[in-house]
Ligand binder design. Structure first.
Ligand SMILES: [Zn+2]
Length: 381
């Protein structure tokens, strides 16, 4: 029997069939996926493949034959030594097939598009999501167009083209790119990591994995880079499902880290606002989270409020300091991911983190894609 599954508007609750080509409700609200929660048989997971598809029951694809996978997920969780903090782990989520965590979302979204018989899709991206959607699309035989800001790291642009996607470079900011793609969504399926509910269904597996890697326990606190908030929301959805299944008894505290240059969520949360207000666009090293108008801002603020979470910012200088700290422990990531390191100091100074709690830092994107921007920070030996 088929699952009863639909989209529901997060603002007015109107329901849409999942076959809809609308990427949002007519009232402008974002869609959420409505489907019954299936419980995960955790005792039988050991024999399963080491990818996100080991959590098969929780992923909304009807027929296994539609799964488009590159073996994504089950990324390493390692210890990280930092000052006097006793229990910090790093989740190397850039160790995914296209070099970023986005593959978790892409494998589910593109599998669903295959299941729905979609022939062509379009996506706007700061680079990582674009290359990820391009990779899974070509594997599925779906045509793909990617819109990126013209200033995106060359490594990401080359990768998108290498997968055979059509690349459209848009002058201006990330927001200009988001506006430019709208016209193309009339003709092609909008495979947006930020709007499409199937994408976050994949990202939520990060929570299942962290929990499994800790012996079905949770850390006290998780720090993740936050722009549109995909990781932040994905972690929340995953832990919420684990809680509802009785596998855990609490959701860890989720702390979103933004670049000081572009920090609309941090600012709105600090003001205790109910909605996130748009901020001016400026250049930041953390290009992957350079989001001035997060469309799910209200939901992100609500998640933080209901789970004792919060937000922090770091300066451009701190991004590079954090990046170097990771380099010294064998980790080469893009600057976007490096925001989490120095945020630890700021949070400790605010009395929010202590040295004995169990902390996980999420590292989202590979440094290999941003080498031309990072070269100047490496001192020649
Ligand atoms: Zn609505």
């Amino acid at each position: 029997m088929k699952d009863s599954i639909s989209f529901s508007c997060s603002v007015c609750s109107r329901e849409y069939p999942i076959e809809t080509r609308n990427f949002r409700c007519e009232c402008g609200g974002t869609f959420k996926l409505k489907r019954p929660l299936k419980s995960l048989p955790i005792s039988s997971l050991k024999e399963r493949e080491k990818s996100i598809w080991r959590y098969r029951e929780t992923l909304p694809i009807e027929d296994d034959k539609n799964i488009v996978s590159l073996g994504e997920g089950f990324t390493p969780l390692l210890s990280f030594s930092y000052k006097n903090f006793e229990k910090i782990s790093i989740k190397l989520d850039y160790v995914c097939p296209t070099g970023s965590f986005k593959d978790r979302g892409s494998t589910v979204l593109i599998s669903k598009l295959k299941e729905l018989g979609v022939k062509s899709c379009v996506v706007d991206s700061s680079g990582n999501a674009g290359s990820s959607i391009a990779a899974y699309s070509t594997r599925a035989g779906i045509e793909c167009q990617v819109y990126c800001p013209a200033g995106t790291s060359e490594g990401k642009l080359v990768q998108i083209r290498a997968y055979g996607a059509r690349l459209v470079k848009v002058p201006g900011t990330r927001l200009d790119t988001a506006m430019a793609v709208q016209e193309a969504t009339k003709e092609h399926y909008y495979a947006s990591p930020n709007w499409n509910p199937f994408f976050v269904e994949g990202v939520k597996t990060m929570a299942y994995e962290i929990c499994e890697q800790l012996g079905w326990n949770i850390p006290d606190t998780i720090l993740c880079p936050t722009g549109y908030g995909g990781v932040y929301i994905g972690l929340y959805y995953g832990f919420k499902e684990l809680l509802e299944q009785g596998i855990i008894n609490q959701i860890p505290r989720l702390i979103g880290i933004q670049s000081e240059a572009i920090s609309p969520i941090y600012q709105s949360f600090s003001r205790k606002a109910k909605e996130v207000e748009e901020v001016p666009s400026v250049v930041t090293l953390a290009e992957g989270i350079g989001c001035v108008r997060p469309i799910k801002g209200k939901e992100i603020l609500e998640i933080a409020q209901s789970t004792d979470g919060c937000f922090e910012i770091v300066s451009e200088k701190e991004i590079i300091e954090g990046w170097k700290e990771l380099n010294r422990q064998g980790i080469y990531i893009e600057p976007t991911s490096a925001v989490v390191v120095k945020a630890i100091d700021r949070l400790a100074n605010r009395g929010i983190l202590n040295q004995r709690e169990k902390i996980v830092l999420i590292l989202t994107g590979s440094g290999l894609k941003a080498t031309e921007k990072l070269g100047k920070y490496v001192v020649l030996n």
